[in-house]
Design a protein around this ligand. Sequence first.
Ligand SMILES: Cc1cc2nc3c(=O)[nH]c(=O)nc-3n(C[C@H](O)[C@H](O)[C@H](O)COP(=O)(O)O)c2cc1C
Length: 189
Amino acid sequence: MMMQLKEAITGRRSVRAYEERPVPGELIRELIGMGICAPTASRMQPWAFAVVENREKMREWSDKAKELLLGRMADNPYLRQYKAAMENKEFNIFYNAPCLLLIYGDTASPNHVVDCALAAQNIMLAAYEKGVGSCWVGFATQVCNTPEIKDALGVPGDYRPVAPLILGYPRGQWPPVPRREPVVFSWIK
Ligand SMILES: Cc1cc2nc3c(=O)[nH]c(=O)nc-3n(C[C@H](O)[C@H](O)[C@H](O)COP(=O)(O)O)c2cc1C
């Protein structure tokens, strides 16, 4: 039976440990298809995708990402909480996942960030329904905007990375991350 939407929304977790086996290409395509069903400002659909199924390359890019992030610590207090992880040679920002699905946004659209984020959430929920774990890896955003990586992926200069998503079959289970009570400033009737 198909999973209930509520179950997908409440059951999805960011997955940080993966099995070796790859996600079938057809399934990755299906997930991209789910992504592009997201709402989009002015129907601009400013998203484009790149898929990397190469753990070695991802490890290499992870090392570069950590270096870039360490370089930004001095003037970015927010990042300092991650200093130890970034200095840890063993830490892979992609958690050894078998697949990196990148969503790039066309900067010609003023809403490309929001639109691509909506596509990303569709993909993460649809993946969960298929038993595929995911995690949005914000640590990868900067490195995926470097000319070197954009060239390697064939991404034009006017596209920016919005959502670097890792995908794969989860190893283990994760307890839910508690949510704060939502702040509702007002409810005018
Ligand atoms: C914009 C964004 C960036 C994120 N970046 C990272 C990241 O770099 N590494 C990571 O492990 N998790 C990352 N996450 C996952 C969050 O840590 C996770 O969503 C949060 O802890 C709540 O857990 P849940 O997704 O399991 O509900 C990111 C999530 C978002 C939305």
